[in-house]
Design a protein around this ligand. Structure first.
Ligand SMILES: [Mg+2]
Length: 349
């Protein structure tokens, strides 16, 4: 088939966190073909990324043939090369991610198969899911058996105390064998991380995530042996196989967390997995419980672990995609519907 139109939109979110994300949250990319079949993808980078798709990458795609996974890979390489002067990392690749995922969805629909079948042999059934957020009791009630809580260090003793309180509470709620993780969102530093490792030792935390910024690969690498057995995890702010090649070369992270809607889509995800395999790094995609990561998880050697963000009990959520799989008994799996198996809620675009 031939690609006939490419368009990105920024959805009408009502419940996006009131922060930078208000205008820079996820975008929707729609790719039309001469068969009448339409593919949908989900990218990052907000309103700026919409412009990258609509005013540059889209026009490079129109007229290209799309009949195989090799055609998607070739399109990825062409768009990446064309965006090198402003892209490589950040918004350029977040836009490319949305396009890449729309192409996988389009090809899956054209062939009548799920994206995980296009990727390869299914290696997993329902994937154990962990709930990220601040409402541990509710997550346990819903059947989750693993949990990650956010922690922003505010620079004094109280910062340590809140971490200990939350870890203690999570351990009580989920029991002695559950995986409990902490996401520092770049608010810790080396000294704080070492102190946390000591104070939290009794709670057997599985990983500390994003303790430093993604630019400090050396600093994260140096922490690994000093906080064991806790793993140093990260990667949601890393991009493409080129970024993760640096992670591999520096040995900076014990566990890699590419975001499939930001790092370059499934095409980049597969290349990142190749690099991870070479150095023995486990890969657990950021937001892997959403279909974009989940199809990759079940058809690859990603870890058998998917991140789900249920929010808080009673809090309103935007339903942008219909037909998204939900975690049941702490597990989640994609459907076998064509493409990613979800449809867009038109009222939001
Ligand atoms: Mg995170």
């Amino acid at each position: 088939m031939k690609i006939t139109d490419v368009k990105a939109v920024y959805p009408k979110y009502s419940h996006v966190q009131p922060s930078w994300r208000t205008h820079f949250w996820q975008i929707v990319v729609r790719v039309e073909s001469d068969t009448g079949i339409v593919g949908y993808g989900y990218g990052g980078g907000g309103v700026a990324s919409v412009e990258v798709v609509n005013r540059h990458m889209g026009e490079l795609l129109v007229g290209r043939r799309l009949d195989s996974v090799a055609d998607i890979t070739a399109a990825w390489d062409a768009l990446y090369a064309a965006s090198i002067p402003y892209g490589r990392r950040g918004i350029g690749v977040m836009a490319l991610s949305g396009i890449d995922l729309a192409l996988w969805d389009l090809l899956g629909k054209a062939e009548g198969v799920a994206v995980h079948e296009l990727i390869g042999q299914r290696t997993k059934g329902a994937v154990p899911a962990y709930a990220t957020g601040a409402d541990a009791e509710w997550y346990a009630e819903m059947g989750f058996t693993a949990h990650k809580f956010p922690h922003r260090f505010d620079g004094d003793e109280a910062g340590y105390e809140t971490a200990v309180d939350r870890a203690s509470k999570a351990r009580d709620i989920f029991g002695p064998d559950a995986r409990i993780m902490i996401d520092a969102y770049m608010s810790w530093n080396t000294e704080v991380t070492l102190e946390m490792a000591e104070r939290l030792a009794e709670f057997s935390i599985y990983w500390f995530e994003d303790v430093l910024t993604p630019d400090d690969l050396e600093g994260q690498g140096a922490l690994q042996s000093r906080v064991k057995p806790v793993l140093i995890a990260g990667g949601e702010h890393e991009f493409t196989q080129y970024g993760f090649r640096e992670v591999a070369l520096t040995g900076a992270l014990d566990l890699w967390q590419p975001d499939i809607t930001w790092c370059g889509g499934i095409t980049a995800g597969l290349r990142i997995l190749d690099i991870a395999r070479g150095v023995g790094a486990p890969v657990a995609p950021h937001r892997g419980g959403e279909v974009w990561g989940l199809h990759l998880i079940v058809a690859s050697d990603c870890m058998d672990l998917a991140e789900v963000l249920p929010g808080s009990r009673g809090a309103p959520k935007d339903e942008l995609w219909r037909g998204e799989p939900r975690a049941e008994d702490g597990h989640i799996e994609p459907t076998d519907g064509p493409g990613f198996g979800v449809t867009l809620n038109d009222a939001m675009v």
